[in-house]
Design a protein around this ligand. Structure first.
Ligand code: ATP
Ligand code: MG
Length: 244
């Protein structure tokens, strides 16, 4: 198994507040890895450090063997890293198709963006139906599809998904995660941030639980479920969950 993303001893935060105390994780080529934790545990901050939105205070990040921290944020998309941000952040006043094309401006994706658009439309037929519609008029679930589709337009090898299930109905979560499973089967590696552990388990093979900026448990989904590590992480405790 080849490691695609490797994070070691990551420390990061905002101005003088340290949010990530010590995050180490890895994602192998073709793997879906879940990053699970309660509100405020540092999941989005980890994503920001990976995309370069914030500059870490310490630690190492490598992507495909390359020192990612030496690569300027805007060039990381050309390396094959795409973020689907928390809260979707689609542009409401332009069409679905225009939103999608905004995801394909980097060098790696520009030449065959029409072809990539077709593959996004076959993954999410709803987006094809609504291609001319203003993005702001779509439902929450459709906007989430659009946000995932826009990230895929850059032809990533690694997709960072920040809480795609947020605010969606169980039915919509099922549809969306079905599509995420298809993306994974196409060979794209995924780091999936979720609070909905059950949804994450539908597609991930391994996971990390984080609490207060530290990894508190890691392993296969079965190991994480059995150990009670997830319960303690969601309760914000470092102690193992009590057995009933
Ligand atoms: N721009 C910012 N400036 C200062 N502090 C911030 C900023 N963004 C987040 N934080 C703080 O960093 C901590 C971790 O936040 P983060 O957004 O990474 O958590 P999260 O795990 O993604 O939570 P959620 O599940 O609610 O999205 C929180 O205490 C938060 O208040
Ligand atoms: Mg978050």
């Amino acid at each position: 198994m080849t490691t695609l993303l490797n994070v070691e001893g990551l420390r990061a935060g905002y101005q003088d507040s340290i949010v990530l105390q010590d995050i180490s994780l890895s994602v192998n080529q073709g793997e879906v890895v879940a990053l699970l934790g309660a509100n405020g545990s540092g999941k989005t901050t980890t994503m920001r450090a990976l995309t370069g939105l914030i500059r870490p205070f310490g630690g190492k990040i490598t992507f495909a063997g390359q020192d990612l921290l030496a690569v300027e944020p805007h060039k990381r998309v050309d390396l094959g890293i795409a973020l689907c941000p928390e809260g979707r952040q689609v542009f409401p006043n332009i069409s679905v198709e225009e939103n999608l094309f905004l995801g394909s401006f980097c060098k790696r994706s520009r030449p065959d963006r029409k072809q990539t658009l077709d593959s996004v439309y076959s993954l999410f037929p709803k987006l094809a139906e609504r291609r001319e519609q203003k993005a702001g008029l779509m439902s929450g679930g459709e906007q989430q599809m659009l946000a995932v589709g826009r990230a895929l337009m850059s032809k990533p090898t690694m997709l960072l998904l920040d809480e795609p299930s947020l605010g969606l109905s169980p039915k919509m979560v099922q549809i969306l995660f079905g599509a995420i499973g298809q993306v994974a089967r196409s060979g794209i590696s995924i780091l999936l941030v979720e609070q909905n552990a059950q949804a994450a388990f539908a597609v991930a093979s391994r996971g990390y639980a984080i609490s207060m900026g530290r990894v508190t448990a890691s392993g296969t989904i079965t190991e994480l479920t059995k150990s009670g590590a997830l319960q303690s992480s969601f309760l914000g405790s470092h102690q193992p969950a009590a057995t009933a």
